[in-house]
Ligand binder design. Structure first.
Ligand SMILES: Cc1cc2nc3c(=O)[nH]c(=O)nc-3n(C[C@H](O)[C@H](O)[C@H](O)COP(=O)(O)OP(=O)(O)OC[C@H]3O[C@@H](n4cnc5c(N)ncnc54)[C@H](O)[C@@H]3O)c2cc1C
Length: 472
C-alpha cells in the first residue's frame, strides 16, 4: 500500500483518550491541526458517563483533582460553568472490624484516629525526630511504610488507599514512581511527616479540590472533541507505522483500519497516546525493541459496579466521599464512592447511587466471574456495610481487563528505556497514563509537555501540514 500524492499532516495523534485529546487540542491551540485516530466509537477512552432511568453513572474515573493544567484546559474549553466541586470536608471512611471509621486526612489526625493502635501512633509521632535516608535502590510502597511506621499503618490505611488510586499491590508498587512526593519528603527532610506538614503550608495557593461536571466526566473529552471537529476520526484503529521521507522531510506512514477499510495517512510527527499493548504492536516496524519495552509495564484489571437504591433502603446516612476496605476485612470489594452525596444531579429525588470497585492487582481472579455474579457479590458486600435492604433499583458492571498501569518496582527505569527508544525515532512522541501518573490531571500535564515537544520538533524541520488520506 502506498500514498499516491503525499501531503502529510504535521502531526497525527493516535488514541482519543484524555491524553491524546489534550495533546491534539494543545497543538491546535498552537496553530497545528493534528489528526486524531481513535479506535473506539466515541472519544474519551476510560472516561465514560452513562445515563439510565435518571441515574448518571461514571464507568471509569468518578471525579478528578483540579491541578493547574487541568483547570486551564477547562477554562479554555469554556467549561467553568459546568464544573462541580465536591465539599472539601466530605468525610472518607475506612472499614475496620465491619464498621466504617472516619479516615484521617491530615497528617496530624493519624495521631488521633481510632484506626491505629498506640504503638503505630508512637512511631508516627517520633518519625519526625528520626532522620532517615531512602535506600539507593527502588523500594516498594509496602517496604517503605513497614520500614518507617510498621505493618499496622500499611494494612489499615496505606494498602486500601493504594488500591483506591492504582488498584495496585503495595508489595509491588514502587514508592519512587507511584508516590514520588513521599520519596522526596524523606530525601529532603529525613522525615515524611515533616515533609507532609511543610507541603500543607502553601499560604495563598488554592489546594486542588475534587471536581466533576454537571453532565458527568465525559463532558471534558466531548468538549475537546467538539473543538477538534473533523480532525478526530473515531473507529479508526492504527495497525502500524513506518518511516519515510518526502520533499526532504522525514515523515511517518500510518496504516489504520476504519470500518472495513484499510487506510493510510502521513504525518511529520506522531504522538502515540494509546495503552502500552497497542503502542508496542503498532511501533514494532520502527524498532523490534518496542513491544518488549512496553510489555514490561503491567496493568491491573478492575470491575466497576454501579448501583442505585431508594433512599429508604439504606440505613447508613451515606454522606461523604465513600469508603475503602482493607484486605483484612475479608471482603472482595476494594472501595465504594457515594456518587449521589458527592455531586448533585447523579440520581432521581429520593434515590442514592454508589460505584464500587473490585479486582485490582491483589484480586485479578474476580474478573473470571460472570457479570451477574460480580453484581450479586459486590452489591451484597456493600449492602452488609451500609445496612441496605432489598435489591438495587438499577445495577450494572463495567469490566476492564487492563484498567490501570502499575507503577511497579523498576517502573522509572522502564519509562526511561521507553523514552530513550522513542527519542531514537525523530518525530515520535509518547503520551499516556503510564508515564507520569494515572490521574486525569497528570495525563493532561504530560499531554501538554508532549505536545510542546512535538511543536518544537515540527518547527525544527519546518513542517506544516494539511493532510491526505489514501485508500488501500
Ligand atoms: C476504573 C477506573 C477509575 C479511575 N478513577 C479515576 C479517578 O477517579 N480520577 C482520576 O483522575 N483518574 C482515574 N482513573 C484514571 C484515568 O481515568 C486514566 O488514567 C485516564 O483516563 C487515561 O487516559 P489516557 O488517554 O492516557 O488512556 P485511555 O483513556 O485508555 O485512552 C487511550 C485510547 O487509545 C485508544 N486506542 C487503543 N488502541 C488504539 C489503536 N490501535 N488505534 C487508535 N486508538 C487506539 C483507545 O480506544 C482509547 O480511547 C481511573 C481509571 C479507571 C480504569
Amino acid at each position: 500500500m502506498s500514498i499516491a500524492a503525499p501531503s502529510p499532516f504535521a502531526a497525527v495523534v493516535i488514541g482519543g483518550g484524555i491524553s491524546g485529546l489534550a495533546c491534539a487540542y494543545r497543538l491546535q491551540q498552537a496553530g497545528i491541526p493534528a489528526r486524531v485516530l481513535e479506535a473506539g466509537a466515541r472519544p474519551g477512552g476510560l472516561i465514560a458517563t452513562k445515563e439510565k432511568d435518571g441515574f448518571q453513572f461514571e464507568l471509569g474515573p468518578q471525579s478528578f483533582l483540579s491541578n493547574e493544567p487541568l483547570l486551564q484546559l477547562i477554562e479554555s474549553l469554556g467549561l467553568n460553568e459546568q464544573l462541580q466541586h465536591a465539599d472539601r470536608r466530605a468525610p472518607r471512611y475506612i472499614l475496620s472490624g465491619g464498621k466504617l471509621v472516619r479516615a484521617p486526612l491530615a497528617p496530624q489526625s493519624l495521631l488521633t484516629t481510632p484506626l491505629l493502635g498506640a504503638t503505630t501512633k508512637w512511631k508516627i509521632f517520633t518519625e519526625m525526630t528520626k532522620h532517615t535516608v531512602p535506600p539507593d535502590g527502588d523500594e516498594s510502597v509496602a517496604g517503605f511504610v513497614r520500614r518507617k511506621f510498621g505493618d499496622e499503618l500499611l494494612e489499615k490505611f496505606v494498602a486500601p488507599f493504594v488500591s483506591g488510586v492504582y488498584a495496585g499491590d503495595p508489595e509491588k508498587l514502587s514508592l519512587r514512581a507511584s508516590f514520588p512526593k513521599l520519596y522526596e519528603f524523606e530525601k529532603e527532610y529525613g522525615s515524611v511527616m515533616k515533609g507532609a506538614m511543610k507541603s500543607r503550608d502553601t499560604k495563598g495557593k488554592p489546594r486542588a479540590g475534587l471536581c466533576s461536571f454537571r453532565g458527568g466526566m465525559e463532558t471534558l473529552p466531548r468538549a475537546i472533541a467538539g473543538r477538534l471537529g473533523e480532525l478526530l476520526l473515531t473507529e479508526s484503529s492504527v495497525n502500524s507505522l513506518q518511516r519515510g521521507k518526502a520533499n526532504g522531510k522525514p515523515w511517518f506512514e500510518i496504516e489504520f483500519t476504519r470500518g472495513n477499510h484499510r487506510e493510510m495517512i502521513a504525518a511529520n510527527a506522531v504522538i502515540v497516546a494509546t495503552p502500552t499493548d497497542a503502542a508496542g504492536g503498532m511501533l514494532r516496524q520502527l524498532s523490534g525493541e518496542f513491544p518488549g519495552a512496553f510489555a514490561r509495564i503491567e496493568y491491573a484489571p478492575v470491575a466497576v459496579v454501579s448501583a442505585g437504591y431508594r433512599r429508604e433502603q439504606v440505613q447508613h446516612p451515606v454522606s461523604g466521599f465513600g469508603f475503602l476496605v482493607p484486605r483484612s476485612e475479608k471482603l472482595r470489594v476494594l472501595g465504594t464512592v457515594w456518587n449521589s452525596s458527592l455531586f448533585a444531579g447523579r440520581c432521581p429525588d429520593g434515590k442514592v447511587s454508589f460505584t464500587s470497585f473490585a479486582g485490582g492487582a491483589t484480586d485479578p481472579g474476580l474478573l473470571d466471574l460472570k457479570d451477574e455474579e460480580i453484581v450479586e457479590l459486590i452489591c451484597g458486600e456493600v449492602a452488609g456495610v451500609l445496612g441496605i435492604s432489598g435489591a438495587p433499583a438499577i445495577a450494572r458492571v463495567q469490566r476492564y481487563a487492563r484498567a490501570l498501569p502499575q507503577y511497579n518496582l523498576g517502573h522509572s527505569g522502564n519509562v526511561a528505556a521507553l523514552s530513550g527508544l522513542a527519542a531514537s525515532v525523530p518525530g515520535l512522541f509518547l503520551a499516556g497514563n503510564y508515564l507520569s501518573g494515572p490521574s486525569i490531571g497528570a495525563c493532561v500535564e504530560q499531554a501538554n509537555l508532549t505536545a510542546d515537544a512535538a511543536r518544537v520538533y515540527l518547527a525544527s524541520i519546518g513542517a506544516t501540514g494539511a493532510g491526505a488520506v489514501a485508500h488501500a
